[in-house]
Design a protein around this ligand. Sequence first.
Ligand code: SAH
Length: 362
Amino acid sequence: MLDFKRLIDKLRAERSLSAEELRQLIDGYDDETLVYAAAAARAVTEAHFGDGVYLRGLIEVSSRCRNDCRYCGLRRSNRRAERYCLEPEEILAACAAGYRAGLRTFVLQGGEDPALTDALLVPLIAEIHRRWPDCALTLSLGERSDASYEALYAAGATRYLLRHETIDEAHYRLLHPDDMSLARRLACLDALRRIGYQTGTGMMIGAPGQTAARLAADVAFIARFRPHMIGIGPFVPQHDTPFGREPAGSVRTTLLLISVLRLLAPRALIPATTALATLDPAGRQRGILAGANVVMPNLSPCEVRRKYAIYDGKAAAGCEAVEGLAALTKELAAIGRRPSFARGDYGDRHDAGHENSENQYN
Ligand code: SAH
C-alpha cells in the first residue's frame, strides 16, 4: 500500500512529483488522502492569500463558434444551440454593472466567433481600459493569431485563459475535430506568455478518454509551463453533443487536483469553477477549501445566460451571479473567507496589495 500522505508531504516540500507518483495518487487516493491534501493546500493558500478570495466578473460575449469540440454545447455542428453575440454597448454595460458591484476584473469569454475581429475588440478593450483604468481585463476567446494576441494586449488586455484541455496527442484528437491540433494550441499558449499576458491553462476532469496517466501528464505539463492561472473543472455532458451520454467527471477527483495544483504552484490563481458548482451545490466552498482562491460571478446579461450552454445545468444564478454577491459573501464567511475586491494580479501578496510584483515563475 502506497503512502499517499508521504506523497502529499513531498509535493508540498518540493513542489513536484514524478508523473508516475502523480498517476498512482490519482488512481489510488482515498478519503483520508483527499482530506490531507486539502488541509495542506489550504495552509499554502492561506499563507499566500490570507482569507481573501478574488472575484472575476464573467461576461459571455458570444455563443457562436467556428470550432467543433466534441464536449462543448457551442460546437458548430450543434444546430440546436441558440446563438447570440453581445454588442460592444452591452459588454460595456455589463462592465459598468460589475464595477458598481465592486468587481475589478472583467473576463470576456466566448466561442471562436468570426465576428469578434480585432477591429471590433481593439476599440472595445481600449474603451474598457479608458473607463475603468483600475480594472484588469482577461480574455478567453480561444485560438487567434499571434498578431491578434499582440494587438489585444497592446489595447489593454493583460490576462488570457486558454485551457490546453489535454497534453496527450491521441486524447486531444478524441476531444477535438481534425482541423484542430494540440501543437497549435500549445503554440498559442507560448505566444500568450511571450507577449506578456498572465496566462491561464488547464483541463476538464473526467472528460471522455481521460485516464489517470493522461491526467498525470496534464499536471506535469502545468508544472513545466507554469501558468499564472489554472482552470480545472469536472466534465459535464451537454445533451446535444457527441459526448452527451458520457458520465460527468468526478467532483472528488477535481478537488484532489485543485489541491495538487495548489501545492505545485502556491501563488497560482485557481478558480472554484462554475462546473464544480454545477455538479455539487457545495462545490464552490469545497473547491476553496481544497485550495482554490478565485470565483467568477456571472456578469452576462440575464437574457443570454441560458444560451451560453457549454454543458447541461450550468449554474448561473445565486452565488454564481453578480446579483448574488451578498449570498456569496455569506457563503464565503461560512468557511472563514471573504471576497477580495482587489484586482488580484499574479504575484500580488494579500498583505501588500497589487504593488508587489514578486513572481515565483519569472
Ligand atoms: N472558446 C474558448 C472559451 C470557452 S469555454 C476556448 O475554447 O478557450 C471555456 C472552457 O470550458 C473550455 O476550455 C473547456 O475546458 C470548458 N468546457 C467546455 N465544455 C465543457 C463541458 N461539457 N464540461 C465542462 N467543461 C467544459
